[in-house]
Design a binder for this molecule. Structure first.
Ligand code: FEO
Length: 406
């Protein structure tokens, strides 16, 4: 893929391929490699570059630019996202294109200096409905923060109905044929990318999708994987479906109780807590033994839960691995507004329960109650306390109590 490729009249794809990459950002598998997409637009008032590429692919990127224009013709470099896979070639491009102004979102301003390693780069900040008129072409900017960094934004090329969406609608999927209607079936990569990059930001995604609805979209020029021109509606609707939150089951809020148990003591606590939560007719409690739960299932369950209760024994002054696995998969979820609490039986010191409570706070769960700890075998009275613990947690979820910061 060494030549610039025409996307629409005067709009060219000048991205690069990273076909051999097999793991992206430490956590994502990339069986088909990926691409770093960039675009060049010729207008009657000069050339615009949309995003750059990862630094190590700069040579190929600059060759494509040079095949289309001189650097002096470049008037604007629009950066929708400053992560290094898109800003790697920016410092060099800015040096070469001396007449160019960099366009960024306001949130990107403090990052630009660190990335550019210079104070000299001329830039301007833009937000929703700010326009750039370039004679025969008009670009409207759209604020779409947190997708998936705070500074991300999108833009819309009015005359050609092209949405430049940043990382949104991307896939880690390299195919030299570039366009969605020409490449192989990349649906798996599209969903996998959403799950790993966008899923924790569903609320912001819904806001962005509502903004995009104001525009007729013919083509989506994203930053990774196939350019979407055949059926953009399909991909927009998939994002809508995946981003719409459902934290109710049978019309009731869901509380999920996860536990691991060594001698059935934490399990007994879990079932008494379960009864306490279930006593509230507005809630539905579900209970899971973590040792038999796959990560994908954990994610689905966590996503639909308004409240999460985690029961753990303490083994060698720590919580066992399945508990940490549950907590680590939460990086792929939006936690905003969810309640969390921990409980467990212990023999000597019982640190695990406190560690989990503290981790829930770090993950930005609302943790309105102290953890519930019981030494060894719970008595009848202690099991009743667990029942009440479940009742009280349910009352926080139903808004009957005002939280205080613990
Ligand atoms: Fe493709 Fe968030 O960088």
């Amino acid at each position: 893929m060494n030549d610039a490729i025409l996307v629409k009249k005067d709009l060219y794809y000048i991205g690069v391929s990273d076909s051999d990459i097999r793991v992206f950002d430490i956590i994502m598998k990339t069986a088909n490699g990926t691409t770093y997409n960039s675009y060049l637009l010729k207008t009657s008032h000069g050339v615009v570059i949309f995003d750059t590429v990862k630094e190590e692919f700069s040579n190929s990127f600059f060759e494509k630019i040079e095949s289309l224009c001189s650097y002096d013709e470049i008037k604007y470099i629009i950066m929708h996202h400053l992560e290094p896979d898109h800003s790697g070639a920016l410092p060099e491009l800015a040096k070469k294109a001396k007449n160019a102004k960099v366009i960024i979102s306001p949130m990107a301003q403090p990052m630009l200096k660190s990335i550019a390693k210079t104070e000299d780069m001329e830039f301007e900040t833009v937000w929703t409905n700010k326009k750039l008129s370039l004679g025969n072409k008009t670009i409207t900017f759209l604020s779409t923060p947190n997708l998936h960094w705070p500074e991300t934004m999108s833009s819309y090329l009015e005359e050609d109905k092209v949405l430049f969406s940043g990382d949104v609608f991307g896939s880690h999927y390299y195919d030299a044929r570039v366009f969605d209607d020409l490449v192989g079936d990349f649906d798996y990569a599209f969903k996998y990318y959403y799950d790993h990059i966008m899923r924790p930001f569903k609320s912001d995604m819904i806001k962005a999708l509502n903004l995009y609805k104001n525009y007729e979209i013919d083509t989506i020029c994203n930053l990774h994987g196939p350019i979407i021109r055949n059926n953009p509606k399909k991909y927009i609707e998939l994002y809508e479906k995946w981003s719409t939150k459902n934290e109710k089951l049978h019309g009731k809020k869901v509380v999920s109780i996860f536990y691991v148990t060594s001698y059935k003591n934490t399990k007994e606590m879990a079932y008494s807590i379960y009864d306490g939560v279930e006593s509230d007719e507005n809630l539905i409690a579900n209970i899971y033994d973590l040792t038999a739960l796959d990560e994908q299932n954990m994610l689905e369950i966590l996503e639909e839960s308004s409240g999460v209760m985690i029961g753990t024994p303490t083994i060698n002054a720590d919580a066992p691995k399945p508990v940490w696995e549950l907590l680590s998969c939460m990086m792929l979820l939006e936690k905003k507004g969810k309640f969390g609490v921990s409980f467990g039986s212990y023999g000597w010191s019982g640190e695990a329960v406190d560690m989990i409570s503290s981790r829930l706070k770090d993950l930005k769960f609302r943790v309105p109650m102290q953890p519930k700890k019981i030494k060894l075998i719970p008595t009848k009275e202690e099991l009743f306390e667990c029942y009440e613990f479940g009742v009280e947690f349910g009352e926080f979820i139903n808004g009957k109590f005002t939280e205080i910061t613990l």
